[in-house]
Design a protein around this ligand. Sequence first.
Ligand code: AHG
Ligand code: MN
Ligand code: MN
Ligand code: MN
Length: 335
Amino acid sequence: MTDQVTLTQFIIEQQRGLPDASGTFTLLLNNIVTACKQISHRVNRGALIGVLGSAGSENVQGEVQKKLDIITNDIMVKALDWGGHLGGMASEEIDDPIKIPKQYPKGKYLVLFDPLDGSSNIDINLTVGTIFSVLRCREGVEPETEDFLRKGSEQVCAGFVLYGPSTMLVLTTGNGVNGFTLDQDIGEFILTHRNMRIPEESSEFAINMSNQRFWEAPVKRYIDECIAGQEGPRGKNFNMRWVASLVADVYRILNRGGVFLYPYDLRDPERPGKLRLMYEANPMAFIIEQAGGLCSTGTERILDIKPHDIHQRVPLIFGSKNEIERLISYYQQPT
Ligand code: AHG
Ligand code: MN
Ligand code: MN
Ligand code: MN
């Protein structure tokens, strides 16, 4: 096929004519993509190269790290630190922001990433992914933690790569959402899903039902009404899916609509949700909104949250517009 558009061509054409298009962003994205191709290769080789299983260590969130959590983190850092386009990085797996080594110049962007999302699924050969978020920073200075604590609405780019039956990249730079499939034969991401839009109506929800006893009233009500089906107040039957890889659940919703909830949880006031604002909620919120969906904690738009900690967790509810509006209205009603 001669009319295929590669990711690089797509980005260069999109950036052309923009006021500060210096090519730096294209190089940054290219390095992220190179890292993700390397990760795709490792994930694909799996047990053949001995990368599955636990590393025996814990990250700052108290999660036991898989070997691949660490390997993928190192791949991201090594692919990104040399390019001169970054002031610093932050990762789900590393306690403090990652500094750019002294021998390299510092640039005007910050990258935050979840190097391996859904890592509990890696040993059972289910879909996992890499999520990233790009912010601007003051050029040429060593960023402080404070420099990373920016609202999601300030992101200049967000994306994720899905290591599934196909390896796919889903990307937004604030101008819609586009999907690219990795052609393994030529090593290029090819534009395959132009201008992805989330259907406004849906009858599919995603939630970890084992946490039901810890949910707040609005979520209990919403899910009860879905489960009541045709005979209930919604007057239609709902289906349920839960992959336990955020990347896969987001990708499904981008394609056929639906609702995802990892809501506020009454278990532990110190932990108001499971998913991380900077590495998971913000990039996904940017993508979801750019595809016509909504993303909220239930009481606040995710992209409006002023972060106070690079590893903070948030309740996360997103998906088809009409369903999320309904859920938000349940939060607004007195219980
Ligand atoms: P990570 O593997 O990066 O730590 O993220 C796991 C997340 C996310 O991918 C998924 O939506 C959620 O955890 C699943 O949580 P449960 O195991 O509680 O269902
Ligand atoms: Mn993790
Ligand atoms: Mn994750
Ligand atoms: Mn992870």
